[in-house]
Ligand binder design. Structure first.
Ligand code: PMP
Length: 419
């Protein structure tokens, strides 16, 4: 008789008892779960937040590569410092200056995308049960990280001008009355993911003032700020207060495949972030950093960002036009930049339950529930207009309208019968 086979190493369930407590917080995100479906060519995906990298001059990237290898090839394929490449950190001074930030390169840490910066900061601050205050709705990737560190996410009321200072004060008082420790306020002030909303200029100093008074750190995540359509965004929160931790990224203004983001932090904190980064990764990719640095040297990158702005503006308009044509009564935000708009469905329609019906109609979106840490958001969905062509946006939104209208009719019939 053959011996009993040992458990297969890829049978994760047999290790369920052995997982760390926090491993149980890891589950397939609603955005990730959609990828397999939406990559079918016949489906118009309004789901994933992908930049339209086809608009990038690949020949210039190739040129930057040649020039980088000639100038510093051995360094580019070697380990680098835990804080990131000095030349790139110097260049980041100009990038951040566009949003009113006067930074010293010494206070910048380059990271593997801003996602890793979020993880590093969360790891430094969050113990189980600590509170993170966040917009409602908030970025799904940040929610995932905060959950992983077993934090409590307290959403703060957010309207078309961003997070409400009054609601922020109320949330702080409520959490303190419950004896909870608030660690930081996380926000995406410009063209937020997922709402597309921008924090009004007048609210910015108010938010800073409240957090200063209450001794709450502000974590400002700003990957979209340079992608405005008509006028630049108000100056960054970091320009108002040096104690703000500011996150930036090349993913949306250049390309996400390089995986280069950055953090600007007060000196003591910056040192901790470098230590955390060294512990996790040793260093960010020298190759990606030096390639981007050379691209910034040889290309007219500001013009390239202008091109992106034009592409995304045309797509925002196409999405809004299609919504006005096919779903004229639906409430949506009107983003002044970035990738996303936020839809409020008629009462009684559940975006999560509706998704399989939409996919059957060959259109996908992200349900609103992905963007709340408290299980709410069913009445909302996110449309990402950055990747589909204007024509496909029209087709996709027409399909979405078919599904929503059918659901509305069903609800009305059901409602009438119930009376
Ligand atoms: N923050 C926000 C608000 C985002 O939308 C994203 C990407 N979708 C990230 C951070 C992470 O971006 P990256 O790691 O590519 O810099």
């Amino acid at each position: 008789m053959s011996e009993a086979r040992p458990p297969q190493s890829n049978n994760f369930d047999s290790w369920l008892d052995a997982y760390a407590e926090r491993a149980h917080t890891l589950s397939v995100s609603e955005v990730r779960a959609l990828f397999a479906v939406v990559s079918r060519p016949e489906v118009v995906s309004l789901a994933g937040g992908m930049p339209y990298v086809a608009a990038l001059p690949k020949d210039l990237i190739a040129k930057a590569y040649e020039s980088m290898m000639a100038r510093k090839g051995d360094l580019a394929i070697q380990y680098g410092g835990g804080q990131g490449d000095a030349e790139l950190r110097e260049q980041l001074r100009d990038v951040m200056a566009l949003e009113g930030i006067h930074a010293s390169p010494d206070d910048v840490v380059v990271t593997t995308g801003s996602q890793h910066a979020l993880d590093l900061v969360a790891g430094l601050f969050l113990d189980e049960g600590d509170v993170v205050l966040a917009e409602g709705p908030s970025y799904v990737g940040a929610i995932g990280i905060f959950r992983h560190y077993q934090a409590h996410i307290e959403h703060v009321y957010t309207d078309n001008e961003g997070i409400s200072p009054e609601a922020l004060q109320e949330a702080i008082s409520k959490m303190k009355a419950q004896g909870r420790r608030i660690k930081f306020l996380y926000l995406v002030p410009n063209f937020a993911n997922p709402s597309g909303v921008t924090l009004a200029a007048k609210r910015r100093p108010q938010i800073i003032e409240i957090c200063k008074r209450e001794h709450i750190l502000v974590l400002e995540d700003n990957p979209y700020g340079l992608l405005y359509f008509d006028k630049p965004v108000p100056d960054a929160l970091r320009s108002l207060d040096d104690n703000v931790i500011y996150l930036g990224s090349f993913s949306k203004i250049l390309a996400p495949g390089f995986r280069v983001g950055y953090v600007l932090a007060p000196p003591a904190l910056r040192e901790k972030i470098v230590l955390a980064q060294e512990s996790a990764l040793l260093c960010p990719s020298s190759f990606s950093q030096m390639l981007i640095s050379e691209y910034l040297n040889i290309a007219d990158w500001r013009k390239q960002v202008d091109t992106f702005r034009g592409v995304y503006r045309e797509r925002r308009d196409a999405a809004l036009d299609a919504l006005a044509e096919y779903l004229p009564n639906l409430q949506t935000t009107r983003p002044d930049g970035g990738f996303y708009l936020w839809v409020t469905l008629p009462e009684g329609i559940d975006s999560k339950a509706m998704l399989p019906l939409a996919v059957k109609e060959l259109v996908a979106y992200t349900p609103g529930t992905a963007f709340f840490g408290d299980g709410t958001g069913h009445q909302h969905l996110r449309i990402c207009y950055s990747f589909p062509t204007p024509e496909n946006l029209n087709v996709g939104i027409k399909r979405l309208a078919t599904v929503i209208n059918r659901q509305t009719e069903l609800l009305e019939t059901f409602g009438k019968k119930a009376k």
